[in-house]
Design a binder for this molecule. Sequence first.
Ligand SMILES: Cc1cc2nc3c(=O)[nH]c(=O)nc-3n(C[C@H](O)[C@H](O)[C@H](O)COP(=O)(O)OP(=O)(O)OC[C@H]3O[C@@H](n4cnc5c(N)ncnc54)[C@H](O)[C@@H]3O)c2cc1C
Length: 387
Amino acid sequence: MDIELTPEDLAFRDEVRGFLQEKLTDRLKRAIVGGHVDEHLIVEWQKILYEQGWIAPNWPKEYGGPGWNITQKFIFENECAEAGAPPVLPFGLKMVGPVIYTFGNDEQKQRFLPDILQSNAWWCQGYSEPGAGSDLAALQTKAVRDGDDYLVTGQKIWTTYAQHADWIFCLVRTDPNAKKQEGISFMLIDMKSPGIDVRKINSIDNQHSLNEVFFDNVRVPAANLIGEENKGWTYAKYLLSHERTAIAGTAYSKRALERLREIASEEMAGGQPLWEDAMFRAKVAQVEVDLMALEYTELRAIASVAEGGAPGPESSILKIRGTEIQQAISELAVEACGYYAHALEPGIGNDYAAAISSQYLYGRAASIYGGSNEVQKNIIAKMVLGL
Ligand SMILES: Cc1cc2nc3c(=O)[nH]c(=O)nc-3n(C[C@H](O)[C@H](O)[C@H](O)COP(=O)(O)OP(=O)(O)OC[C@H]3O[C@@H](n4cnc5c(N)ncnc54)[C@H](O)[C@@H]3O)c2cc1C
């Protein structure tokens, strides 16, 4: 996509490129492989971004954002993706951070935001429960007031990286008698609290990112409640629209497409590089066109957020198309690797084959998490099309 860049924009782009060339080592590029994170490398990379003042492009300047305009954010995201930088972990920086600076009190902002920016605290998201995924408002984990604390009891599931987390932001039921959306609160819970039990779930590619988190009478200070009691659904929806916009990941899909081209040039089919195959190239071209269209849509959404709005129900469109495109690219990568894409262990076929199969298998989840794509279609029908 062509964007008219001013001389200042070009200077900014060069500054970002120079920084990435200097700081983004090949070792750090391996912080995320096949959709799973190396917990040490990602923190190392995030701390480098923090030192540079670039860890939270979307945060307001007063809370530690760099104060960039929309073009600078776009340039930064694209340069990072193109250079192969690992995307930052979303749970603190893109999810709970914006909730805290938007709805939290001063004490909460001072207490939590610096550690999020400096990657001193690892966060996870406690929304989903065994009976409450798409129908999130059906959640049953309850928090009962006890003096200056709440006692939390229940279960969360699919909690990504709970095994590394210092904190979990949770939706809990504080009023069992209210209409289901109206009895929910948003709470920050220290993962070291007595009564929390984290149990591993192995994903389809035999990796450990997912967990169940059990709460048995966990004592949580009332000071950790965000905003008002029973108003958590409002904050939860605000967070979800940010999450969906972030899941679109167009800059990273552009990089994945480039990588696909490199792989297709290395892999042989019928005595020639696969990239010479017109049918294969046509499939890649279709995805490229889809991605370009998505990028324009994303830019429109970013522009409206830059003008002070929160991402609205349109973020559901970004989520659906973004994840469909990510999955289409990973399917083509599997096609390019042929049989070797069946291997989940490195060392069989080209060295990239294992990561490609992990990415393909784990990437199926992208159309489920952040709210499944079917549910996003319902949101578009109701909120965007007014059906
Ligand atoms: C890899 C991965 C990571 C995740 N990480 C986290 C995390 O960190 N924290 C967290 O809180 N959650 C996380 N989740 C949970 C995720 O948000 C839920 O899986 C998701 O909301 C779907 O809920 P469910 O799994 O209960 O499926 P269900 O809600 O039971 O849905 C099952 C099927 O029914 C369809 N369906 C349901 N309702 C409707 C409807 N009204 N109309 C049409 N179709 C419908 C769905 O699209 C889906 O195909 C993660 C999930 C995955 C797979």
